[in-house]
Design a protein around this ligand. Structure first.
Ligand SMILES: Cc1ncc(COP(=O)(O)O)c(C=O)c1O
Length: 328
């Protein structure tokens, strides 16, 4: 998926109507911990607390230009994608139905409802919620918003433009992978800007469909059982996203929930940001490669902060014990 700078700038003009660039900064304690320059992009500070809002704003704007009579939107999510679509739908006065699996984050569910989303809990995982959303879309003639789409990637790429422009030439960036919009956006922005930054994808070891697909160089499904990184709980790779990853990403790492819990604690103690599991995966990847990073300029994306209070308290107090084993 190639995106031109003009396409990315157009997306940036849409996002800029709603909020300004998120903070991009170094934190002395993290630099000291790594012996490198660690640049953090704080997408936990968007209006919904995660980067996904950018994709929603651009996707819905383009959709409603094409289909001004659209009866409403429906999608499936573990939370941040749903907040993103809910936020954009509300701006346009558009109905928005969101399917989540049973047992989904209660605070993400509450945040979606607060945006006016009609929330339906269905199925045991994202995939089951998604299939039900597709059925309701047909029955109620709603527009089904996918989790991966060129316009979502285009919107998400706006944070990469901000990041690459604000931080001085990054040697390497670590990017969490759920369905892949974040990492495909990273590839698109890096290529459009003509940069040589290495891109490392970070996958949950308890939801390894993208890392297994990377090894096999073909689409592989795998169970998604992470309990800490719901944003990364993907069972089936998106084929288009996988093509981009196979063609343009330099390396894929897996991190366990325990690695992610350590990264969440480090982020809190060194920056005092509350970061959700998926949002801490980038730093967890960098921790795994710490010895390779001395004196390098490293980009860390803090992709979201929407962690349930109880879970976060348990992680911070070290009471949280991972009950899941890596799937490999
Ligand atoms: C906080 C957070 N980080 C990372 C991801 C993964 O992003 P993507 O699905 O674009 O790969 C998500 C997905 O929802 C997320 O919510």
């Amino acid at each position: 998926m190639r995106l031109t700078l003009d396409e990315l700038d157009e997306a940036r003009s849409i996002v800029a109507r709603h909020f300004g660039p998120t903070p991009c900064q170094r934190w002395p304690l993290l630099d000291a911990e790594f012996g490198s320059e660690l640049w953090l992009k704080h997408e936990n500070h968007t209006p919904v607390g995660a980067f996904k809002i950018r994709g929603g704003l651009v996707y819905v704007e383009h959709l409603l230009r094409r289909e001004p009579d659209c009866a409403g939107l429906i999608t499936a999510t573990r939370g941040n994608h749903g907040q993103s679509i809910g936020y954009a739908a509300r701006l346009h006065g558009c109905r928005c139905v969101v399917l989540v699996p049973k047992g989904n984050s209660s605070e993400k569910n509450a945040a979606m409802r607060a945006l006016g989303v009609e929330l339906i809990e269905h199925g045991d995982d994202f995939q089951e919620a998604r299939e039900q959303a597709a059925r309701i879309a047909v029955e109620e003639r709603l527009h089904f918003v996918p989790s991966f789409h060129r316009d979502l990637v285009r919107g998400v790429a706006t944070y990469w433009l901000e990041f690459f422009e604000a931080a001085p030439s990054l040697d390497i960036v670590y990017v969490p992978i759920g369905q892949g919009s974040g990492i495909c956006a990273c590839v698109a922005a890096r290529n459009a800007l003509g940069l040589a930054t290495r891109i490392i994808g970070v996958v949950s070891a308890h939801a390894p469909c993208y890392s297994l697909s990377w090894e096999k160089r073909a689409l592989v499904e795998a169970p998604a059982r992470t309990v800490l990184a719901d944003g990364l709980a993907c069972r089936r790779p998106d084929p288009e996203s996988l093509d981009v990853i196979l063609a343009s990403v330099d390396e894929i790492l897996t991190v366990t929930d325990e690695d992610i819990a350590n990264a969440m604690r480090l982020l809190f103690s060194s920056t005092h940001n509350a970061v959700e599991g998926g949002g801490a995966a980038s730093l967890a990847g960098a921790i795994q490669q710490r010895e390779l990073l001395a004196e390098r300029r490293v980009g860390i994306i803090v992709s979201g902060g929407n962690v349930d209070s109880e879970l976060f308290a348990a992680v911070l107090s070290s009471n949280w014990n991972p009950t899941t084993e890596p799937e490999n």
